[in-house]
Design a binder for this molecule. Sequence first.
Ligand code: GDP
Length: 419
Amino acid sequence: GTTRPQVRIVIVGHVDHGKSTLVGRLLHETGSLPEGKLEMLKAVSARRGMPFEWSFLLDALQTERDQGITIDTTQIRFRTRSRDVVLIDAPGHAEFLRNMITGASQADGAVLIIDALEGVRDQTRRHGYLLHLLGVKQVAVVVNKMDRVDFSAARFNAISKEISAHLTSLGVTPAAVIPISARDGDGVAERTAKIAWYKGPTVVEALDALEPARPLEQLALRLPVQAIYKFDDRRIVAGRVESGSLSAGDEIVIMPAGKIAKIRTVESWPVTPVRGRQGAGRSVGITLDRELFIERGDVIGHVGTSPRDTSRIRARIFWLHDKPLAKGDSILVRLGTRETRATVVAIEKAVDPGELSSVETKSIARNHVGEIDISLAHPMAADPYTENPRTGRLVIEVNGRIAGGGLVLSVDAGQRAIP
Ligand code: GDP
């Protein structure tokens, strides 16, 4: 059978605007709830004499997850017509930003929720900014609780205009703005009579239209060199294919040196020849058709799509160290299998994730996010994270301890002509 594309989404919005209610509704409308779960919760509510709330579903699933009762609710997920949607937890801003920026989790898209009566609040605007910081480009806005404004098209249009202008100014163009009542179901999976004036997609349709991240195997080849081994007089270059694929006969480039060679054999580690293309995630050893100087930290790519050779990187980082990162600081940068000393030459901005506001830009404090320019003591191969999530992330060490991590925003291509 064909595998269904998976999209990972995050739902953000002002507290009480209806995130949990929407999730409960989505689970129900897409038929993703365990058999009898809804009826059980409704019965429990009735017995306790309290009205049923859709958010109870989420609470119940989370409790089971915490207690380890149900294995397949370790992640909240549901199916749309053509997608498997996985919900990423957005605990607090700081934790969420750290996870996203250091690569522990990655969202392909987001839903920004706004209470139709309350309208666009400061926290709503900050969440827009958060999505911008994280580079999440696919955003669906839902204007919730339309029942509280009598499903007024005028009210919806005013909010839609305000939030669209805000997001567009941040470079995040909403894919859709959708009027819904998460409580009653309007606009979630169906365009009901109450929103007959609305012609756009439902929430489920908007999620179904999200572009999944490109499979790593479809990206350009990146093989960071882990080690070189001598074996029966042959030199074997070992590493893990981080993206793309390779096979015997491929013309490759070794960066940052820019040397070209042909792959003679591919072995699965330790030493069994393998046939066919070896893709992302495989650990391999390769032999080449000529003797070249290669060392740990080099990155192998294909001729024409090799990584850039750079000695200057702009990165968006999450800082974890007690001592703030400042201009002029000497750090150790680890990217792929390479590590090199570097100097912070500029701090462009610093953001407090709690407030999601810019703070003074001379240094980046613990648990803050910032954009920095770093100058590397030795050139290395790197990619912007938008092109490659595996080789577009770096880790910063100070005194042998991880002090920060983040996304490569851009690289200054080196002087060497890129093959
Ligand atoms: P969260 O804090 O964003 O997760 O918000 P909740 O999902 O917990 O919802 C907050 C409150 O708003 C709850 O009392 C919900 O019942 C209520 N609520 C959520 N969606 C709707 C809606 O579509 N219409 C109305 N009238 N109330 C809603």
